[in-house]
Ligand binder design. Sequence first.
Ligand code: RB5
Length: 151
Amino acid sequence: MKLALAADHAGFELKQMTIGRLERAGHEVIDMGTDSGESVDYPEYAVRVAGAVAAGSVDRGILVCGTGLGMCITANKIAGVRAVGPCSVEHAVMSRRHNDANVLCLGQRLLEDKTAFAILDAWLETDFEGGRHARRLSQIADLEKHWPAPR
Ligand code: RB5
């Protein structure tokens, strides 16, 4: 899979470990920063990855910050992005099966490495079920195009 990754300072270490893990597993990884633990603002990095996912230049994206929350909020502003911040393997699996989540957000300060990697692996390996779930995702896509609705 071709994957774009980014982090802020609070997610830098987990991003680096995640990149190593993904490359060892044979994925193509594009590192969109940040490059150190020096303080930066997460929206800039979330938009880099979310933009690549929305443009179709990568298959999926992974974002890491302290909690995963700021990255997730920002990424979901980009049309076509379905970002999630699962806190368990089951949560990650359902985000793929039912929501076709295309961006995974992780919180380095909240997740133990072992848990983060279990979430990552499950999220990468699980397929979207389609069917009724595809209908619901097209309703979300309609909202992106037509909100606010004409009165
Ligand atoms: C940075 O201190 C922290 O606020 C950020 O990494 C993230 O957790 C925001 O949602």
